[in-house]
Design a protein around this ligand. Sequence first.
Ligand code: 6R9
Length: 670
Amino acid sequence: MPSEKSVYLPNPSVAKNAFVSSFAQYQEMYQKSIDNPEEFWGEIAKQFYWETPIDINSFFRYNFDIRKGPIYTKWLDGATTNIAYNLLDRNVKNGFGDKVAFYWEGNHPDDYSRLTYKKLLEEVCRFANVLRSKGVKKGDRVAVYMPMILEAVITLLGCARIGAVHSLVFAGFSADSFAERILDCEARVLVTADGVWRGEKLLSLKNICDQSMNKCAQKGHNVKTCIVVSHLGRVTSPSGVQKNRNNKTPMQEGRDVWWHDIVPQASTDCVPEWVQAEDPLFMLYTSGSTGKPKGVVHTTAGYLLYAATTFKYVFDYKPNDVYWCTADIGWITGHTYVVYGPLANCATSVLYEGTPFYPNNDRFWLVVKKYKVNQFYTAPTAIRALMKFEDDLVKRVDLSSLKVLGSVGEPINPEAWMWYYKLVGREKCSIVDTFWQTETGGHVLTPLPGATPMKPGAAAFPFFGVQPALLDESGNEIKGEGEGYLVFARPWPGIMRTLYNNHPRYETTYFSKFPGYYCTGDGARRDADGYLWVTGRVDDMLNVSGHLMSTAEVESVLTEHPNVAEAAVVAKPHPVKGECLYCFITTTDTTRFDDKLLTELKQLVRERIGPFAQPDVVQNAPALPKTRSGKIMRRILRKVAVNDRDVGDVSTLADSHVVEELFASRPVNA
Ligand code: 6R9
């Protein structure tokens, strides 16, 4: 296996025409972005349209030091613009109206369509007018629970056009999770679809929305309008049947309306709402270590600049390329690298509705071939899942269009990296292992495809404008080789500005541990060549198949069960998912731990959070290892989960027998 010393140079065919074609050029541009951010980003801002021009005197201001007052970041303050205008009208005006913005590829290979920039603009205007007619105004939140269909993109940009704030929730979250998020952001309008096929599974999205809206109503919050795309009727089901419009979907009179009954009639003229550079564009929830999700808020101008610039350089996107990001639109990767980044660059993208495994395990490769994809962006968990099948599934497909392969969501292990590089990239593509977060808005650590010699598993170097540092426990900076907390010393344009309705939580979560720095919650190591290797979360977060969740949120669901007295959850390494959930349960006195309880607990987690959070292992724990002050020692539980008896110092434990008992009672499937 490759080690830290293995270095793979960008293929000359990639490097030759790249925007950044040597490491020296990267270093020079990077230095400029740090020394003179106004000039660096000011040059980029010129490509976009500003209704009120940029004032160079208020281009970039911030405070990252909690000791000096409230934390804030402002880019291009005072300028006004509209992001939908920049993504659509501007490109159409520049003569690209007939260029394909999206090739839509359905779950079933028989289903596909396309949308040009001109048509997308028209649809966005129609939808924006509908939102206005429903009373949605600048600053109002619109909740979205959508599959990977073109209307999802139209919905986002329709919101942006009128200055409304979209709040997407991944359509794999449960009704409870969705309700919690609708309540938190106080959305009065919801957009969804009747349902979607994912592989052979039918997801009835509107039913889930109905449950969510009922839960909200019970808490006194009424969703006024629910717009529903009739999707199932126009696609091929796995059995091959083309269904008619789905009339079985229950629609509540006065609240629910079909998209096709209101959008096609609306006017294609829609004057954009000119918003302030620092007005919110969208919010997106991410897990918090207390269990309550955090509504991460991104604003307009800085996010536009950052999404556009990272997309251009990290994927080295050229005008005739076809780009494909497999991420769901409900995650930040879907926001920045399915919607905003590509459209800001007038790119042509593939939008894929299905899974990597349907109808067969070579679907990804067949889609790459079909659209001659040049840049392909996916997650390590998908790569590891596909690696398990025979190599021939990849080898026999013509993938010669590929140039850049991206990875995101979790650390990529060297085995998966090598497989991606050799089998998919045929040793001629550059791999960009992009480290970033919902909070960072776009890539913050990443190789550049034409410039950075690659090391398998290293996110390598900072993107332009980003200044990383490694800190030890007491906040001292580790220069040179070493491992520590990954932090950033100053803001870049795409960083989140606040947590919705909760600026104090924003400050304590990200800026209080190490004053003067934004704290990622990840650890990282710098090697002798200066490469950064992200090692994973250093807080109570779990990363299951790239889905971030907190131990606290899973624990609180488990303890809701009447027979559970106490629960502790840790991450256990998993060959495909990266990490999986290993749960320790202490039952109430009168309860026996049996299969029925086990099934109920798994079901409860699926219901409350979503199917992706289902625990792999639930262990009956007579007691949990605790310190004398009553703190659960997760460090020890992590050892039990992997059956490693080298538990280290247990002198702070109140009762050390507990540990032995836990090792002895590990379930057989663990
Ligand atoms: C974009 C996204 C963020 C967390 C992050 C880290 C992990 C993401 C990574 C990576 C190592 C990479 N992460 N990319 N770890 N290498 N290339 O995934 O956002 O869902 O907010 O997750 O994911 O732990 O802190 P989000």
